[in-house]
Design a protein around this ligand. Structure first.
Ligand code: KG4
Ligand code: ZN
Length: 341
């Protein structure tokens, strides 16, 4: 059978990325221009600056992705683009570029939900992976436990009621003066700290919502601890706070995901999104799931955070399922998983 080459485009937040992927699994190129340095001075992503930078970078990044893949645009079988969720101005840059290219070349335009893209990153790293499985998606904007029943079919089992896991990492990092993005900084600092030093809260909802998360109480508890120590003029044990905070997030993410997998009798758990890069989450999930014979898979580090290869992979499966977007495609900033908006 002829190979299917998808050009993926991702501009939902602060990464401008383009990629060429064969048959949803094999990456020919994955060019990522991160704007982290640009936003770090403000302690988080500034939407206006992100949009402007995407406009500047999108065409050169697409050119570079095609060049590294050693193909011309005419060889592409479809153009897949993130259309939500994300920052509206940022999304619009990718959507406009994808529409223009697809229209000019008369190629299929494929719309991809960013969260579904994060899940698809696992298909690239794990060639044999097939649905069904349970996926924990934890990133700067989302925390979901999802039953992946098909390549383009999802059932949401749980989600955050307030902050996303990555957002909590970013906020605590800012309070402790560790900079943006917070996840990698806290991950590193926590290695030198004691995870039992502070007992931060782990929120649990009642039976009907047993896979839902809440991280805002945890965030407040950590911030209060820091303020109380400051008021008493005591030194802030930064490493211990990082380790104890990280342990609280990882305990909750792991417990709920493993229990969802058990209740659905799934043999595989995938983790995805920026927080899937967390070293404690990876090892704890593996240890906890391993006890009941459940395997745990996660994408390579570069495919955990935002990138266009995961969008091309999800786009491939959407195209195979006969899904194509029309020329009215628009950015949908608060798109939900499984929603065809
Ligand atoms: O998936 P992503 O690139 O963007 C969104 O879709 O939101 O995720 C970025 C998030 C940030 O909040 C960042 O702090 C977090 O992922 N992150 C981590 C780690 N690396 C990135 N969180 C915990 N531990 C890490 N090692
Ligand atoms: Zn993301």
């Amino acid at each position: 059978m002829k190979d299917t080459l998808i050009l993926g485009i991702e501009t939902s937040c602060d990464e401008t990325s383009a990629s060429v992927v064969i048959n949803g699994r094999k990456v020919l190129s994955n060019v990522i221009a991160s704007q982290i340095d640009l936003h770090a001075q403000y302690g988080g992503v500034v939407p206006e600056i992100a949009s402007r930078k995407h406009v500047e970078l999108i065409l050169p990044i697409i050119d570079k992705a095609l060049e590294e893949a050693k193909i011309g645009l005419d060889q592409v079988d479809g153009i897949a683009v993130t259309y939500g969720p994300g920052l509206v101005g940022a999304l619009l840059v990718g959507v406009s570029a994808a529409k223009s290219i697809a229209f000019a070349l008369n190629k299929p335009l494929i719309k991809v939900n960013h969260i579904e893209g994060h899940i698809a990153a696992n298909y690239i790293t794990h060639e044999q992976l097939e649905p069904p499985y349970i996926c924990l998606v934890a990133s700067g904007g989302h925390s979901h436990i999802i039953h992946v029943t098909g390549y383009s079919d999802f059932e949401i089992l749980g989600k955050t009621r307030d902050d996303a896991a990555g957002e909590a990492f970013d906020k605590i990092s800012r309070v402790l003066g560790l900079g943006y993005p917070g996840g990698p900084a806290i991950d590193r600092m926590a290695r030198q700290g004691d995870p039992q030093a502070f007992r931060f809260p782990r929120v649990r909802f009642d039976e009907d919502s047993r896979y839902d998360f809440s991280f805002s109480g945890l965030k407040t508890a950590v911030i209060n601890t820091v303020h109380q120590l400051e008021q008493k003029g005591e030194p802030i044990p930064v490493a211990d706070i990082c380790a104890s905070f990280q342990q609280a997030v990882v305990d909750v993410l792991t417990d709920y995901t493993v229990s969802a997998a058990k209740s659905r009798k799934m043999k595989t758990i995938c983790i995805a999104g920026g927080v899937a890069a967390n070293s404690l989450l990876r090892s704890t999930m593996q240890e906890s799931a391993g006890k009941t014979g459940i395997e745990v898979l996660y994408p390579s580090l570069i495919l955990c955070t935002d990138n266009a290869a995961m969008i091309a992979s999800a786009g491939y499966y959407a195209l195979m399922a006969g899904k194509r977007a029309d020329w009215r495609l628009n950015a949908t900033p608060s798109l939900r998983i499984g929603q065809d908006g």
